[in-house]
Design a protein around this ligand. Structure first.
Ligand code: ADP
Ligand code: MG
Length: 736
């Protein structure tokens, strides 16, 4: 057998040209080819006789082509083919299918699959747009009889795998069936199993060879339903294997992080009372729990790598500040990295209110500062008198040198995935690779030596990722969850209205303003036509400020504004000196104005679910009742309806995330591959959550060895296999 990592180009029958076509499908190696699973199976063991078909059923029929032809109707060309078995006939039609014109020849055997229907006119049975496959040509004399018979046996009289075709149909399902079959035949009988024996037993996994054969060529008795839902033992084995090695990599990474030298922060009475002193309110139970977990990590001599996950408004900032105090009271500096300048601002506001007030020295480093100011601030940081440094990721990662950095807080509103995080950790985590954590020039040598301890890292995310997915995405982190909202919140009421009812909406906004509250009015800015959208926001701002609310104070905020101006507007709104803030989605993240009680979102159908949820999270932060109004303009797609409906129905971020995931699929949900989510060969994160849990558990068990169940050799072998896989499939050279 060619080695699994061999390029498919060397498989007999492929070659460089077809290899390119396959590459577009993500099939690069022999292993990829073997893991190119059927997306459907057809029971050709029991193909149906045409005479016994019933309208409404899905059926596979194997029959002979009788005649075919293209008809032009006024609306579109229709291709019709009649297949027969003896006297029985079945009509098949395809719309707009000029390309089928020369496809069928009388006498050919074809397999047809689709939904049987009653023809409206003639009353006879037909299949509209069936899947089809030509099994044999009447005049096929090219190959010898034995080979033909063998080939035919792959197509009929069994459960047949159906593959997605590649290269615009150039490589058909039929082609894949043969090439994969040939490749399977080269598998050695004793194909080694990279999964340790103990794990195999825990999950009753079948061998890799058996799994590969059966997933492509199911045995006659196999349940069609299990096959279609990828739940046969063969599927489970392959899916588990993939997830297991992903989790093994993450687990190993975690262990290595733990093994590094960190800072064991002191947690004495002094620190405790310092924390108590700053608290503006009683922490929620969830906040207490999270702080306890964080504090206990920080007290450990190994570096903390923890994710603080909590819906918008759950109070993550307070917890982060508490953690900051632990570090500062121990004589260390803290860096807080925000994804945007506005958010950095926002954190700075809160930090000043809560921390500066208590005598801690907080600095804000933003791109909009004068160079001389930046230099000044950097000097404070290098000298160690700035205790909490707030800025954007870019600023802090690239240019800042700390005297004594003890804790890095990463506010991650965007969805970083595993891969990106590895890069980030590398920056913040390895003194030699980054300016972060490196001692200032002129400091004692031992502080800048490679032995200087790793700072602790706390990542905050507002993305309510379903727990099982957090396991994969954040598999290298420990997770604390804020699953409780601060008390006194009045639930937000959400309504959805077409935009011709805007007069009512503006009336409502006016009433709220009269009652002393503030409102956001948000417009979508979609990147491709940012210019026109931006104009729409600006135009609406003019209309709202001049015509609709000439008596109210209306402000405008968008991403293209000068940072100084943005600041000024935010400050005005924060201080209550604006009644209405017209804005693009720049306010999506982190803005915290408790007096704002109305969020009007125009063209809400154009926003993603997560984005809508984030936007809505800007209100409902105080004790007054808040209202989110989703206005729709124009036609709303089916998915759009579902998104709006979900928003009206629930404010639970986790429920919304689940639906979002379902609507968009994992790739989109996490922002495609850029988000650093490994793209899986056979696993599907939604469908296979349980297997993911199991894989995580087993990976941890394996690395806890060796013991009676698992030998050192087995562990080493599994880890070696994991490394090769991670490098090959996920391009992750860094792991391990
Ligand atoms: P997040 O960052 O998780 O979106 P914030 O930290 O901005 O949430 O908190 C949201 C709001 O709730 C802030 O106005 C904050 O001051 C307030 N808050 C946080 N914790 C509590 C608490 N335990 N009790 C009352 N209010 C709280
Ligand atoms: Mg520590």
């Amino acid at each position: 057998m060619p080695a699994p990592a061999t390029s498919v180009q060397y498989v007999k029958g492929i070659g460089p040209r077809l290899a390119e076509v396959l590459a577009a499908k993500g099939i690069h190696t022999v292993d990829d080819l073997l893991h190119y699973l059927p997306f459907r199976y057809e029971d050709r063991l029991n193909p149906r006789g045409i005479a016994e078909l019933r309208a409404g059923e899905m059926a596979t029929v194997i029959a002979e082509v009788r005649n075919s032809g293209l008809f032009r109707t006024r609306r579109m060309p229709i291709f019709q083919m009649t297949a027969g078995q003896g006297r029985a006939r079945l009509k098949c039609i395809w719309f707009n299918a000029t390309y089928l014109r020369d496809r069928f020849k009388p006498g050919q055997t074809v397999a047809l699959y689709g939904k049987v229907e009653q023809d409206h006119y003639g009353g006879e049975l037909q299949i509209v747009q069936p899947q089809f496959e030509i099994l044999g040509d009447a005049d096929d004399t090219s190959s010898d009889a034995a080979a033909q018979k063998a080939a035919a046996s792959l197509e009929i009289g069994r459960i047949v795998p159906i593959y997605e075709s590649a290269g615009q149909g150039r490589l058909s399902s039929h082609w894949f069936r043969r090439i994969i079959h040939t490749t399977l035949e080269t598998l050695p009988p004793d194909l080694p199993d990279p999964i340790p024996e103990a794990v195999r037993q825990h999950l009753s996994l079948i061998s890799p060879r058996e799994a590969l054969w059966k997933v492509h060529w199911p045995e006659p008795g196999e349940s069609l339903q299990d096959l279609q839902s990828s739940r046969t033992p063969a599927h489970i084995r392959l899916i588990f294997e993939e997830l297991f090695f992903v989790e093994l990599g993450l687990e190993l990474k975690r262990r290595q992080q733990k093994a590094q030298t960190g800072i064991a922060f002191r947690l004495d009475e002094g620190v405790r009372s310092a924390i108590k002193k700053i608290l503006p309110f009683h922490p929620t139970g969830a906040q207490k729990r999270a702080l306890k977990e964080i504090a206990s990590d920080m007290a450990q001599p190994s570096p903390m790598r923890r994710l603080l996950q909590g819906d918008v408004g759950s109070g993550k900032t307070l917890v982060a500040f508490e953690a900051a105090i632990i570090a500062i009271e121990n004589g260390y500096q803290v860096a807080l990295m925000a994804p945007t300048e506005i958010l950095a601002q926002q954190h700075y506001f809160s930090a000043r209110r809560i921390l500066e007030h208590a005598g801690y020295r907080v600095v804000l480093l933003t791109g909009s500062l004068e160079d001389s100011q930046k230099r000044d601030i950097r000097r404070h940081i290098v000298q160690g008198d700035a205790q909490l440094v707030i800025g954007t990721h870019a600023l802090i990662e690239q240019k800042v040198e700390f005297a004594k950095l003890g804790l890095v807080i990463v506010d991650e509103q965007h969805r970083f995935g595993v891969l990106q995080r590895f890069k980030l950790m590398k920056k913040t985590g390895e003194p030699g690779n980054s300016h972060v954590g490196r001692a200032a020039p002129g400091r004692p040598a031992e502080q800048s030596s490679a032995a200087s301890p790793e700072p602790d890292v706390l990542v905050m995310t507002a993305t309510p990722i379903p727990r099982t997915l957090a396991l994969t995405l954040y598999g290298d982190l420990d997770v604390s969850v804020l699953d409780e909202m601060p008390p006194g919140r009045v639930p937000i009421v959400t309504r959805c209205l077409p935009d011709d009812r805007s007069p009512e909406v503006w009336d409502f906004v006016r009433k709220q303003a009269a009652a002393g509250h503030q409102a956001y009015v948000v417009y979508p800015v979609i990147e491709e036509n940012e210019e026109t959208e931006l104009k729409a926001a600006i135009k609406m701002y003019k209309e709202l400020s001049k015509k609709i609310f000439p008596d109210l104070r209306v402000g405008l905020l968008h991403g293209r504004m000068e940072p100084d101006l943005k600041d000024q507007v935010m400050r005005l709104f924060q201080k209550g000196e604006l009644d209405i803030l017209v804005s693009t989605t720049v306010i999506e993240v982190g803005v915290d104005v408790a007096n704002a009680t109305v969020m009007v979102i125009e063209h809400a159908e154009r926003f993603g679910l997560a984005q809508l949820h984030q936007l809505r999270g800007r209100i409902g932060r105080g004790a007054a009742k808040s209202c989110c109004i989703l206005m729709t303009g124009g036609k709303v797609s089916e998915d759009g309806e579902r998104r709006l409906d979900a928003m009206v129905r629930t404010t639970d971020g986790f429920q919304i995330a689940e639906l979002d995931l379902e609507l968009r699929g994992p790739g989109e949900f996490f922002g495609t591959r850029q988000a650093g989510l490994p793209s899986f060969q056979v696993a599907n994160l939604i469908r296979d959550r349980q297997l993911l849990e199991a894989a995580k558990l087993e990976a941890a068990t394996v690395l806890a060895g060796p013991n009676a169940e698992i030998s050192k050799e087995e562990i080493d072998r599994a880890v070696r296999h994991m490394r090769t896989r991670w490098q090959g499939t996920y391009g992750l050279v860094e792991v391990g």
